[in-house]
Design a protein. Sequence first.
Length: 272
Amino acid sequence: MTVPGRVSVVVTTRNSVAHLEPLLASVAGQTYPDVELLVVDNSSSDGTGALAERYADRVLVAGPERSAQRNRGVEAASGEYVLILDADMVLEPGVVAACVEAASAGDAAAVIIPEVSVGEGFWAACKALERSCYIGDDTIEAARFFRRAVYLEHGGYDESLTGPEDWDLPARMRRAGAPIGRAERAAIVHDEGRLQLRELLRKKLYYGKSLDSYMRRHPALAVRQVPFLRGAFLRHRRRLARQPVLAAGMMVMKSAEVVAGGLGLLAGRLPR
């Protein structure tokens, strides 16, 4: 049964015990009065499930990828709204309340929440600078908060995509005329940890394997999202100029990501 006004937070995990607890604690610390927490674990072997049991209303086991995990969590949720999170995120205390306010004010089907990055080391600082350029750019920022009924109506996340699925679902909603709002005065903090360039490129290579399908589905949008020189960098060129070393590192990082994503795209086109 759907509970009016309730927000169901769906967190996907896999061997996330090292960094999961701050997120779970931040969900428990929300100012909004009716929050349900569901953790959908992909058969972790490091104690993630036991940690999740301490905080969550329900812990589910599902896979094989996060799109499927998210969909299973939303199907099991009881809230009128759902908030989709990854294990390396932390919520500011007013995030859920700000999302409900934004959804109610504009009768929005989905809500974009600004995201900021933190972490240790040079590459994490480069990623934080990059992400700061995207705030307010709804071609790059993806909605994570949804009316559950609309989420289900649109089929949830495409389980054939890993990486572009964050963009794909809101794009399908927009195409169908569903309004998408924006939460104000709240943010999701994305903890990059000690970001390693090799690990980042490995992830982009993997995500690139889904990119061809996404680009065929949303060609006009993909042209603005995929290129190395995104419009956000031009709009924030003065910010980048004030931090030339980080900006140069960011450009090196983005160049390498584009190459890795391109190799993944080519790999995804190979016959199986």
